[in-house]
Design a protein around this ligand. Structure first.
Ligand code: ADP
Ligand code: ZN
Ligand code: ZN
Length: 735
């Protein structure tokens, strides 16, 4: 018998915890490890990646299928990167094929070639510019194209031409035949055209931070850069990138989804005469692939991206920076539930390079790591340019009667700013007009039919909407319960505050910034532009205002419902609240106009507020960490949350009870605690009944050893399609 052929172990995008064995394709060419292949899988054909080879398979030879086609002549992904993905699959106990797929741009997942043509730009030749459109009266598509190109001397891309005429290709061909058209291939990621700006002289704290990290280039070390808002953290990043560039190494900079603003990108472009690749969720597929390839091939020395960019391949990565490392958008909330911050740290350790986590309000886990010496702490204690921190005052709402959600002192402070021509910012984490639509006759409130939640009244769209499942209902004006007429909104959302401001301050120019008011593409940019141009007096908005944007002319920040989440079921809610308020307060004020922050609360005695008033994140952390220690929550233990949901009431809980039975024996051997299954804090959501089970352990290693065994068993529980379940390692949200 012939010597057995090698077996190719392929990661296939399917929810299964293993690789699949295939034989070499029958046509010529064998795949390299790291190449994509098309393989038969059940009745379908899927695009997978070869992760390894083996001399033998567990399956008899006759049952093995052949690879249908090899898609990459050379490995698409380097070996070290494949190992990172394998580690992530193991750590998050997620199917490896799905992890690999998540790391690939959509075009590569679909099997397209790993290459991008430059963007083609069409413009008029000299003859075309001299041509008379009237000569094309009988060819309207050609005429429209000619006119549009005449108005765009820099040229137009296919997308723009498509908007001019759906028959643009034929029309363009006809114009080309007359010699009127020129085409250029244009690389959008060529070195930035923006003028390079000289950097400011670093202050002593910045200099010390830069020196510390520079000294660590070439080896692994995790730094926590804790600097108050406006202390010049970004300036430190820029200096570090410069050093990495000088050594010929690439830098990956991660920013939260909402923080990767055009302003930030521009700031990087103004600093470096080098191509910068940008990776975020709003990119078109082609642009994403292009940026991904620039990172992989080492063409872009700087890669700026959001969460998923942590899984971009690099040729020569030398440094990772995670800005606003506390931000929860680094955690993927469904499917492959990784934390980009944590993966960044692990990636740096594996690649033997430094990683810098920066924040004004570090996650307690990170701060604790710095306190125990696992991370090295770098501090920027002061704002740059001598600017002071804003004065913070707590307004005791038990004594103050608010009118439409605004207390008297806050209204007076707003009036003062208006009189002085200064800007104010009101922060309220609830969009819509009112969170409750209520009958005053019997107390009925409009519920969502599919969730355990109330519908939110949206006045602009005259609808009731569920913020959890997106369901909408018409505005009932009669109570379905008691028949009384006249239902009323209760409580305040951003729409209502905007309306109240219009009433109290009819002359004020108000900009509301929330997901509803910025849905249209470009709307947010327009609003921010008006704010920065001084064409707005009061900004009202949700947490969109607490991230990424600076408002130097704002001298008053009002926090309207600070109590939301103060006593919530999630053990992290206090930390979130503190971070949000401190971040939003830090967006305001500058050296010559110090800011003031007014916080409306019904619980002014809560220790969170005393620490806030002193801008003392350390004191807050002491208090919050002591609480975590007493309750055995992270960072003093490690968690995994098993979530289950089903359209059938009770099925999710039954699944979890069974899962817990299976867990008992292995858990007893170690220090792992498997708690009782519980209904989720919001039991029903989008028509599904949800439950969860918390696994807790002091030792990460023991926890992962346990989870490995357990997950394999869960996959075999006989609940079929009735129950959907997922495991969340290091959960960030507990519902
Ligand atoms: P952070 O990222 O901590 O919020 P930035 O790096 O954005 O802070 O700095 C805040 C502002 O201070 C920016 O306008 C920046 O250009 C400026 N800045 C930073 N470092 C210095 C410095 N050493 N001297 C003067 N201005 C500085
Ligand atoms: Zn009623
Ligand atoms: Zn709902």
């Amino acid at each position: 018998m012939a010597r057995s052929q090698p077996i190719y172990q392929v990661a296939v995008p399917a929810p299964l915890y293993r690789l699949f064995d295939y034989l070499a394709p029958s046509e010529v060419g064998v795949p390299a490890v790291g190449a994509r292949v098309r393989v038969p899988f059940g009745k379908r054909e899927l695009v997978g990646v070869v992760l390894g080879t083996a001399p033998e398979s567990d399956l008899p030879h006759a049952r093995l299928k052949r690879i249908a086609r090899v898609l990459d002549a050379a490995p698409l992904l380097p070996a070290s990167f494949l190992k990172l993905l394998a580690w992530a699959a193991e750590y998050y106990h997620h199917p490896v094929g799905e992890v690999v797929a998540a790391a690939l741009p959509a075009w590569l997942r679909a099997g397209r070639a790993a290459a991008v043509e430059g963007v083609r730009l069409w413009s008029l030749s000299a003859a075309g510019r001299a041509a008379d459109p009237a000569a094309l009266a009988r060819a309207p598509a050609q005429r429209r194209l000619l006119e549009a190109l005449a108005r765009a001397p820099a040229g137009l891309e296919a997308e723009a031409l498509e908007n001019i005429s759906p028959r643009w290709r034929a029309a363009l061909k006809a114009l080309s035949a007359r010699g009127w058209i020129e085409v250029q291939v244009h690389d959008r990621l060529a070195a930035s055209p923006a003028a390079i700006q000289p950097p400011p002289q670093p202050n002593a704290a910045q200099q010390a931070a830069v020196e510390a990290v520079t000294g660590a280039l070439g080896g692994y070390q995790c730094f926590l850069l804790h600097g108050v808002t406006g202390s010049g953290k970004t300036e430190v990043y820029l200096r570090l990138i410069e050093r990495a560039l000088a050594q010929g190494r690439q830098t990956l900079v991660l920013a939260p989804e909402i923080g990767l603003t055009p302003q930030l990108i521009e700031r990087f472009q103004r600093r470096f005469n080098a191509p910068i690749a940008v990776l975020h969720s709003a990119l078109a597929d082609q642009e994403r692939l292009r940026a991904w390839l620039l990172a992989r091939d080492g063409t872009a020395p700087i890669v700026l991206g959001t969460r998923s960019a942590v899984f971009a391949p690099f040729k020569n990565l030398g440094l990772i920076i995670v800005d606003e490392e506390h931000d929860t958008s680094y955690k993927q909330h469904e499917g492959f539930r990784y934390s980009a911050r944590d993966v960044a740290v692990m990636r740096a350790a594996r690649e033997n390079i430094p990683v810098v986590l920066g924040s004004a309000t570090p996650a307690l886990e990170s701060l604790n790591n710095a306190r125990v010496g696992t991370y090295r702490l770098l501090t920027l204690p002061d704002r740059t340019g001598g600017a002071g921190m804003p004065r913070v005052a707590v307004l005791d709402m038990r004594r103050l009667k608010p009118a439409e959600g605004l207390s008297h002192p806050l209204r007076a402070a707003l009036a003062e700013r208006l009189a002085r021509g200064e800007q104010s910012l009101l922060f309220l984490n609830r969009r819509g007009f009112a969170p409750v639509w209520m009958c005053h006759g019997c107390g009925w409130t409009a519920p969502c039919a599919r969730c355990d939640a109330r519908l939110i009244y949206h006045r602009e769209s005259r609808k009731l909407k569920c913020h959890h499942c997106g369901a909408e209902a018409p505005l009932a004006d009669k109570c379905p319960h008691c028949g009384a007429a006249g239902l009323h909104p209760l409580g305040e959302g951003t729409e209502r505050i905007e309306a109240a401001l219009t009433k109290f301050f009819p002359a004020a120019r108000i900009e509301r910034i929330d997901r509803d008011s910025t849905r249209r593409k470009g709307a947010l940019e327009e609003k921010l532009k008006r704010v920065h141009a001084g064409e707005a007096d009061i900004l009202v908005g949700t947490q969109m205002l607490s991230k990424g944007h600076d408002f130097p002319s704002v001298t008053l920040v009002g926090v309207l419902n600070a109590d939301q989440g103060l006593y919530s079921a999630d053990f992290r809610s206090g930390e979130r609240l503190f971070q949000q308020i401190m971040q939003v307060a830090g967006r305001a004020g500058r050296a010559d106009k110090p800011g003031e922050v007014l916080i409306q609360t019904w619980h002014p005695e809560h220790p969170v507020f005393a620490a806030l008033a002193r801008h003392d994140y350390g004191a807050f952390a002491d208090y919050a960490l002591a609480e975590r220690r007493a309750t055995d929550y992270p960072p003093y233990s490690h968690l995994a949350l098993l979530r289950a949901e089903s359209t059938r009431p009770g099925a999710a809980l039954r699944f979890l009870a069974e899962a817990r039975m299976r867990a008992r024996a292995p858990a007893q051997e170690s220090s792992v605690q498997v708690l009782e299954p519980m209904p989720a804090p919001m039991e029903k959501r989008a028509g599904r009944h949800r439950a969860q089970l918390l696994v807790q352990c002091k030792h990460r290693k023991a926890l992962h050893g346990f989870l490995g065994q357990w997950v394999a068993q869960l996959a075999e529980l006989k609940f079929g399609k009735q129950v959907r379940w997922s495991l969340d390692v290091d959960p960030v949200d507990m519902y």
